[in-house]
Design a binder for this molecule. Structure first.
Ligand SMILES: Cc1cc2nc3c(=O)[nH]c(=O)nc-3n(C[C@H](O)[C@H](O)[C@H](O)COP(=O)(O)OP(=O)(O)OC[C@H]3O[C@@H](n4cnc5c(N)ncnc54)[C@H](O)[C@@H]3O)c2cc1C
Length: 446
């Protein structure tokens, strides 16, 4: 009988700051008995939780089980910067613009479906604005090349008929309090989320509708006469269908071998700013900037029940073993401190309280790992860096594929070509890490 065994399980580096600034979370159960289900979802990030919600919407009588290896919101789903982006966001380009107008229009329409779905989640879970904020985002430039990227991207948005506003150096300083930025490009469609709050709320909400388990890694699933048997350390699930929503760890079960790129990103978050520091900083209480050069530094200013803080995200590294090291996190922290000082020279007394790393999964051609992999085994993985919107979308699409045999969203992902193979090791790691270092160096002050 066919069996797929997990060669490795997720291991996180540093505590997810977004989760750490929230009050303690009521635990959800560990699977400690045997169970039967119609569909078992492996992975409780954006894709897994969205798949569960969509399955339940389509058929409330369906028995759905969802397994999360760790605690909810401790994985990348709670470690990201919280930009749920509607516009093209091609990380391989100079300015995020995609390859063509029609393809970009289709991608925007799909991203907005994901945003509508998440907006309903936020309403059902009564998430306050500080945790789900349709505020838009700014592409911030700090060099002449960055200004040019912004103008090029603005021209692309003009052709797409998408609203946007170019901001001057003075506008940027008024909004952010930072003298660092030379221009900005504001677009209103991005929703800024508190990712850990969103994931916690959605997992808790689903726990009232389906069987949701945390600290319950799927270690193997084996073909049976009438479906699959999913094993976890303390219990097993007999299930008709399995949905893999474990992003890069899809490869840990033997699928898409050497076709997925496992990239680690690093972030730091300040301690709560004091009223005096807030005054000294100036600017608006909440704003969010992505860098004009995709390899630059993202910054968020947040304000809410968890205090006024600044998040800074930069540095990346390639790890085929899907985990990084404490040493790399420490090195990234030094870069974060330097980038923070460059942007906020007037906040020299502000310290970082949380630092963390998180994995994301890319393919060389930007394709997802989506569809039916074996009879009754489905995948909704590889979000190519835009996992809040695309993970949500893949989750919706896989549920529609499982229950309805297809949909507009499923067709979009199914039409994508197979991700090409990576070069063998050690060439892939050497090549990718050198490329990332060069791109980061080239992004300079961005
Ligand atoms: C620092 C950082 C900043 C980022 N910023 C952004 C951003 O601003 N916007 C954006 O769109 N994206 C961002 N991303 C990327 C985004 O976080 C990911 O693309 C997204 O989390 C992918 O969603 P997912 O549901 O596919 O996978 P994940 O969120 O990784 O969820 C997969 C889940 O599967 C679980 N799992 C794995 N193996 C097993 C197993 N065997 N059994 C059970 N469970 C298992 C994992 O624990 C995990 O919870 C960022 C990522 C990082 C690290």
């Amino acid at each position: 009988m066919t069996a797929y065994t997990a060669k490795r399980l997720p291991r996180q580096t540093g505590a997810a700051g977004w989760n750490a600034i929230l009050p303690p979370q009521a635990p959800l159960p560990v699977l400690d008995h045997d169970l039967t289900a119609d569909v078992t979802i492996i992975g409780g990030g954006f894709a897994g939780l969205s798949a569960a919600r969509r399955l339940h919407q389509l058929d409330p009588s369906l028995k759905v089980a969802l397994l999360e290896a760790g605690r909810f919101a401790e994985s990348s789903a709670g470690r990201n910067s919280g930009f749920m982006i509607d516009l093209p966001h091609d990380l391989a380009s100079n300015n995020y613009a995609g390859s063509g107008l029609e393809a970009d229009r289709a991608a925007i329409a799909l991203n907005r479906k994901a945003i509508s779905f998440a907006t309903e989640v936020a309403e059902d879970c009564a998430l306050p604005q500080e945790m789900f904020d349709p505020a838009g985002k700014i592409n911030a430039a700090a060099t002449r090349a960055g200004d040019r990227h912004n103008r090029d991207f603005a021209a692309h948005l003009e052709r797409l008929g998408e609203p946007h506003q170019l901001l001057s150096q003075q506008d940027m300083q008024e909004r952010t309090g930072s003298p660092h930025y030379t221009s900005g490009l504001y677009a209103p469609g991005t929703v800024m989320i508190q990712p850990a709050a969103y994931i916690r709320a959605l997992s808790a909400h689903l726990a009232g509708q389906i069987s949701v388990f945390e600290n319950t890694p799927a270690t193997e699933f084996e073909k049976q006469a009438d479906g699959w048997l999913v094993s976890t350390p303390k219990g097993r699930i007999s299930t008709a269908r399995v949905v893999l929503a474990n992003n890069g760890h899809l490869e840990s079960f033997g699928f898409y071998q050497r076709r997925l790129m496992h990239i680690c990103l690093y972030a730091s978050m300040t301690e709560r700013l004091t009223p005096e520091q807030i005054k000294r900083l100036g600017g608006a209480p909440r704003w969010s900037v992505t860098p004009a050069d995709p390899m630059g530094t993202s910054v968020r200013r947040i304000s809410g029940s968890y205090g006024d803080r600044i998040l800074i995200r930069t540095c990346s590294s390639f790890h085929p073993a899907i985990e990084t090291s404490d040493m790399r996190l420490r090195n990234a922290g030094w870069v974060h401190d330097r980038k923070f000082k460059e942007r906020f020279p007037h906040l020299g007394d502000v310290r970082m309280e949380h630092r963390w790393a998180g994995m994301l999964c890319l393919s060389r051609n930007g394709s997802a790992a989506f569809g039916e992999l074996d009879q009754g085994v489905y995948s909704a993985c590889c979000q190519n860096g835009l996992g809040i919107a695309r993970g949500t979308l893949q989750g919706m699409g896989i549920a529609e594929l499982v229950l309805q045999g297809g949909s507009e969203i499923a067709s979009h992902f199914l039409a994508q070509p197979m991700p090409p193979k990576l070069p063998p090791e050690p060439f892939a790691s050497l090549g990718a890490n050198t490329f990332l270092m060069w791109k980061e160096w080239r992004s300079g002050k961005e």
